[in-house]
Ligand binder design. Structure first.
Ligand SMILES: O=C(O)c1ccccc1NCC(=O)[C@H](O)[C@H](O)COP(=O)(O)O
Length: 255
């Protein structure tokens, strides 16, 4: 992948992550059975919630100093279906420890939320106990099929993230099983809540039978109305993490 060509904030992050993993092993690692726990959690009736353990971000700066496990348990008690745990350290306050403590202490399946730019990051995700990993089409481009195959080989579900029509086409052609549509343009950080319903409709019109996730920018129950009848799940981070009462925030969102 050509990380030098990725623009804006996203470009800076993926270049840092590429440097972090430069020279690391690229072997696929041992095959593991597909349990599909993350996928199964999103298949529950109604709009499932993936609640994100997120302490900071480029768009919000500091969000909250969270104990990752306490945050995960509050999300779980509030009714979330799955967890997303940031492991990117510089911009999001994430860590390996955050993911591992959440996996060890919470019952819900967890997504490793990071900027996957090297196969070793998928091996780590599996070894740290994640049920799924994020694969961003804006970062992986034509390498998406290879990373998708590697994730599945390691027993991981993959949340394949897209932001526009061209990325959606790549995700569909690669055989993605779970597609997330990000409302946030990761180059400019602008949010457009119409982006998810628009691309989700296009995915269904193209015959996609897998799961569809609406991502980013959701703050209230009313915000979810745009995707309630369209998406299988919604991924919410900042508004929950910064709420001060994470369990209550989940309950209000899902009420
Ligand atoms: O959140 C950011 O500012 C951001 C900036 C650059 C790259 C990625 C970024 N976020 C990743 C995400 O898409 C979100 O963590 C996730 O979808 C939750 O979004 P939100 O509910 O708006 O926190």
């Amino acid at each position: 992948m050509n990380v030098a060509a990725v623009e804006g904030v996203l470009g800076q992050i993926v270049r840092e992550r590429s440097a972090d993993y430069q020279g690391r092993e690229t072997e696929p690692g041992p095959a593991r059975p597909r349990i599909r726990r993350f996928e199964a959690a999103l298949r529950a009736p109604g709009l499932s919630l993936i609640a994100e353990v997120k302490q900071a971000s480029p768009s919000q700066g500091h969000i909250a100093a969270l104990d990752p496990l306490q945050a995960a348990l509050a999300y779980q008690a509030g009714g979330a279906a799955a967890l997303s745990v940031l492991t990117e350290p510089r911009h999001f306050g994430g860590s390996q420890e955050a993911l591992q403590t959440v996996v060890a202490g919470a019952a819900l399946p967890a997504l490793r939320k990071d900027f996957v730019v090297h196969p070793a990051m998928l091996l780590e995700a599996a070894e740290w106990g994640a049920s799924a990993a994020l694969l961003m089409v804006s970062v992986l481009g034509e390498q998406l099929p290879d990373y998708l195959q590697r994730a599945h080989h390691l027993g991981l579900d993959a949340l394949v993230e897209v932001h526009d029509e061209a990325e959606l086409r790549l995700a569909l052609d690669a055989g993605a099983e779970i597609i997330g549509v990000n409302n946030r343009d990761l180059r400019s950080l602008q949010i457009d809540l119409e982006n998810s319903p628009r691309l989700i409709r296009q995915a269904r019109a193209a015959g996609f039978q897998g799961l569809l996730v609406a991502e980013s920018g959701y703050r209230t129950r009313a915000d979810l109305d745009t995707v309630r009848a369209l998406a299988d799940a919604v991924l919410v981070g900042s508004s929950l993490a910064g709420s001060g009462d994470l369990g209550r925030a989940v309950r209000e969102l899902l009420a």
